[in-house]
Design a protein. Structure first.
Length: 195
């Protein structure tokens, strides 16, 4: 598990990562390569039997599903909200996850922040994520949010491009995903870097 091992190679069995995701809400998975992110999300989706809601803000995953490069699982519902229907889609997601356990994936912070560029909108999005996380905790659902990020000189992680800081709370699990040779590796992060 990630607590005992600062880096974990992601293979077919990612039950240790799923357990960590169940213990924290929300979970933020940062990455600097969008293809590594999609590879990880596909492994996560294929490893769970719970119903899955995938909120595709950057349309990368749904593009792979649409082109049949990734096979869509029967327990997967994909939402592709835009600025005009975000509230309606959010209500639909809240309704679903308040009744049963789900894995909710929001891909990605970058796409969300591209929809809403002014400061008040960023606060609104953060509030939406915290509401989902709170409801997720009640129903034992896991909320996973991805983001393309880079480390600044002062060791803070920021979204890239854009430079926005990443929201965190006491219960937030923050992870960094990278690829070493042929293996995906996930590391748990804290405020000062790798844990």
């Amino acid at each position: 598990m990630l607590d005992k091992n600062p880096e974990q190679i992601i293979e077919n069995d990612i039950s240790g990562i799923q357990i960590k995701f169940e213990q924290n809400n929300p979970n933020i998975v940062l990455c600097s390569n969008p293809f590594h992110k999609i590879e990880f999300l596909n492994k996560l989706i294929n490893s769970t039997e719970d119903p899955i809601i995938f909120v595709d803000m950057d349309l990368l995953y749904s593009g792979y599903v649409q082109s049949k490069m990734i096979q869509k699982k029967d327990n997967l519902t994909i939402f592709c909200p835009d600025k005009t229907n975000w509230g309606k889609k959010l209500s639909e997601i809240i309704s679903k996850i308040s009744n049963e356990r789900f894995l909710v994936i929001i891909d990605s912070f970058n796409g969300v922040y591209n929809l809403y560029d002014e400061l008040e909108s960023a606060r609104f999005i953060n509030s939406c994520i915290m509401i989902l996380s709170s409801i997720g905790n009640f129903a034992k659902s896991s909320i996973v949010i991805t983001g393309m990020a880079r480390k600044k000189d002062n060791k803070d992680w920021i979204l890239s491009p854009g430079g926005k800081h990443i929201i965190k709370s006491e219960k937030t699990g923050v992870y960094f995903l990278k690829k070493n040779q042929n293996n995906l590796v996930i590391s748990s992060l804290n405020n000062s870097g790798i844990k």
